[in-house]
Design a protein around this ligand. Structure first.
Ligand SMILES: C[S@@+](CC[C@H](N)C(=O)[O-])C[C@H]1O[C@@H](n2cnc3c(N)ncnc32)[C@H](O)[C@@H]1O
Length: 260
């Protein structure tokens, strides 16, 4: 069901999110931390790669990228862009079925909420697989939607929808609609992610992405408020250096290294 929903969104995804004002600023904020970690020794496994924007960026800095996604239509968009890029390949494969790919990488990357598409059971199974077959010293770099996004709480309260304002607190999956298709979203705090990856990992970094810069569903409101967005982006550059922002931002970065 999840993959089919994203199939219906694949053609519009870049316009609606990747190249939208909010999506673009949040992605650049991720790169501020991600790109300095990359070098030509790194073989990236990107899970939930979407339309492949990151894969084509990252491959400039690393040895190779294998980018995977559960949605065949998302991978189709990647292949359309993949004219002659070297050391990059794409595969339709859900996170739940990755095995050899995990064995053969030293850097697993998940951007913008792909892991929020996994239930706690599936996330536990994925972390267990990483515990057993992932190479020592491999990095995990995840960008996830947290539970206490301040923007979301304020926005839906002001809109008179107090239930939606606290939807991220739910332990159950939340029904979400994109482009008319329904899928389920689970929200996870940084502490919950650390608890999934307890044995043998060192937490290298945790920080917010989109504390002042709002969630992307506010793109229409900010479309003609570029100066305000620029100001918010400047504030994020100052404040999102701090770990506490991870709890209150739209997304957060968590970077772990396997040490055992
Ligand atoms: C919000 S998009 C993020 C896409 C991309 N990483 C980005 O930065 O724009 C979430 C992606 O997760 C993919 N996805 C959802 N469930 C998945 C699963 N179980 N395994 C792999 N990919 C999944 C969707 O197809 C979609 O491409």
């Amino acid at each position: 069901m999840q993959a089919a929903s994203f199939d219906n969104y694949a053609q519009q995804y870049d316009e609606h999110f990747t190249f939208s004002p909010v999506g673009w600023l949040q992605r650049k904020a991720v790169y501020d931390y991600l790109l300095p970690l990359l070098n030509k020794e790194v073989s990236v496994l990107e899970i939930n790669c979407g339309t492949g924007y990151d894969a084509f960026e990252i491959v400039k800095y690393v040895k190779e990228v294998l980018a995977t996604d559960a949605s065949s239509k998302m991978i189709e968009q990647c292949e359309i862009k993949n004219k002659a890029a070297k050391n990059i390949s794409f595969k339709v494969k859900p996170i739940q079925q990755l095995q050899e790919e995990i064995k053969n990488t030293n850097f697993i990357f998940s951007n913008f909420g792909g892991l929020n598409c996994l239930s706690p059971q599936d996330l536990a199974a994925f972390s267990k697989k990483c515990n057993t077959i992932l190479n020592k010293e491999a990095d995990l770099f995840f960008v996830i939607m947290g539970r206490k996004c301040i923007w979301e709480r304020l926005y839906f309260k002001i809109k008179g929808d107090p239930k939606k304002a606290i939807r991220r607190q739910s332990k159950e999956g939340i029904d979400t609609v994109i482009n008319g298709s329904e899928f389920t979203t689970w929200y996870y705090s940084p502490k919950e992610i650390q608890d999934f990856f307890t044995s043998g990992y060192k937490t290298q970094h945790i920080s917010g992405v989109g504390l002042f810069v709002p969630p992307s569903y506010l793109n229409p409101f900010f479309a003609n408020k570029k100066i305000l967005l620029k100001l918010f982006n400047g504030l994020d550059k100052v404040f999102c250096k701090f770990k506490w922002t991870a709890n209150y931002a739209d997304h957060y970065i968590i970077h772990l290294t396997k040490i055992n």
